[in-house]
Design a protein around this ligand. Structure first.
Ligand code: KG4
Ligand code: ZN
Length: 337
């Protein structure tokens, strides 16, 4: 079964053709980063305009790259939640148009379920159940993936997401948007133990949940205190220390939850799963504990339509197709499809 997929939930316009949920026949991502960098973050109005301009081009491109015709396509999937509403609507409505004109079924896909499926296109031998940490710019969840379409959040952030924290700290340090990647790069030149008091808080009511907002506050206060003393902070040292603290906080909690609940098969996904220290630390910890560990290929960590085509397949075989009057939603729990 061949699925044509679209992903436009934030600032990447992406299309893909995926066969039977696992084989990516083609994938194309048009990034808008260079434009949003000028403003230090994603400007929703600009994002939806650029999606409108790019979606036809990326769609044409994936047919060309896969050497496939529209007549070979069996269904169309598109991200419908969560994300920027104006951005989501572009991909969803484009998908609806194709479904209407070619009489194809429409499969709405939850963006975070798509991130989980990035693991299926990267690891042919992975199947549920497993414990998955989804870490992106907008979400930090630890999810019990019971089967391909049944998921439950066991832990989440109470405030900022991990990716958002990387981006906000990068901004304080004068690094470009999106900062996660830049922090990761320059961290290798810094000392991860230079700033030792970066908070890794426990939150009230759940020892599993995260809170990241104190990390950004720590960085702002440290910069201001240094300025007041007429000093400057070492950017590489701060980047390395923040990267170390975030990764240590995420990995410790993830492993603690896995041990307590008896999971031995772990996975990470989402934009932050591209972080080199996070990947290496998880690999090492899981090896030590004799846990199985899976992560997406680097090209499928960030937002892409191939993961939406993969999840679309599993939603389809579970009967999760939709009428063409379905709306997009800026937020929706992963357990609700
Ligand atoms: O999943 P994603 O592409 O978009 C959302 O669904 O949010 O994640 C984007 C996030 C951004 O916050 C970005 O800074 C972060 O992933 N990111 C990284 C790295 N590469 C991307 N964070 C840390 N280290 C990286 N290498
Ligand atoms: Zn994402």
């Amino acid at each position: 079964m061949k699925i044509l997929a679209f992903e436009t939930s934030c600032d990447d316009t992406s299309a893909s053709i995926v066969q039977d949920g696992r084989k990516v026949l083609s994938s194309c991502v048009a990034s808008q980063i260079s434009e949003h960098t000028l403003y230090g973050g994603v400007v929703p109005e600009i994002a939806s305009r650029r999606h409108c301009e790019s979606i036809k081009k990326v769609c044409k491109e994936v047919f060309k790259r896969a050497c496939v015709n529209i007549e070979d396509i069996d269904a169309v999937s598109a991200t419908y939640a969560p994300g920027l509403i104006g951005s989501l609507l572009v991909g969803l409505n484009f998908a609806k148009g194709i479904c209407l004109s070619k009489r194809l079924p429409l499969i709405p896909v939850h963006h975070l379920r798509g991130h989980v499926a990035s693991l299926y296109i990267s690891n042919i031998d992975l199947s549920p159940p497993f414990l998955c940490m989804i870490v992106s710019g907008g979400h930090t969840h630890i999810v019990d993936v019971r089967n391909y379409t049944e998921m439950q959040v066991l832990a989440r952030t109470r405030d900022d997401a991990a990716g958002e924290t990387f981006d906000k700290v990068a901004r304080c340090l004068g690094l470009p948007y999106p900062g996660g990647m830049y922090i990761d790069k320059i961290s290798y030149k810094g000392n991860p133990c230079a700033y030792e008091n970066i908070p890794r808080p426990e939150v009230e009511g759940s020892k599993y949940d995260f809170s990241f907002s104190g990390i950004k506050t720590f960085v702002i206060n440290t910069i201001n205190n240094a300025k007041n003393r007429g000093q400057e902070i070492n950017i590489e040292d701060m980047a390395a220390s923040v990267r170390f603290a975030i990764v240590d906080y995420m990995v410790s909690k993830f492993i603690m939850i896995a041990k307590e609940l008896g999971y031995k098969k772990l996975a990470i996904c989402g934009g932050v799963s591209a972080n080199t220290l996070f990947r290496d630390t998880m690999k090492k910890e899981c090896k030590k504990l004799e846990f199985k560990f899976f992560m997406p290929k680097l090209e499928y960590c960030g937002d892409n339509a191939a993961m939406i085509g993969s999840q679309g397949y599993y939603e389809y075989i579970n009967g999760n197709i939709s009428n063409l009057d379905i709306n997009a939603f800026s937020s929706k729990d992963i357990s609700l499809r």
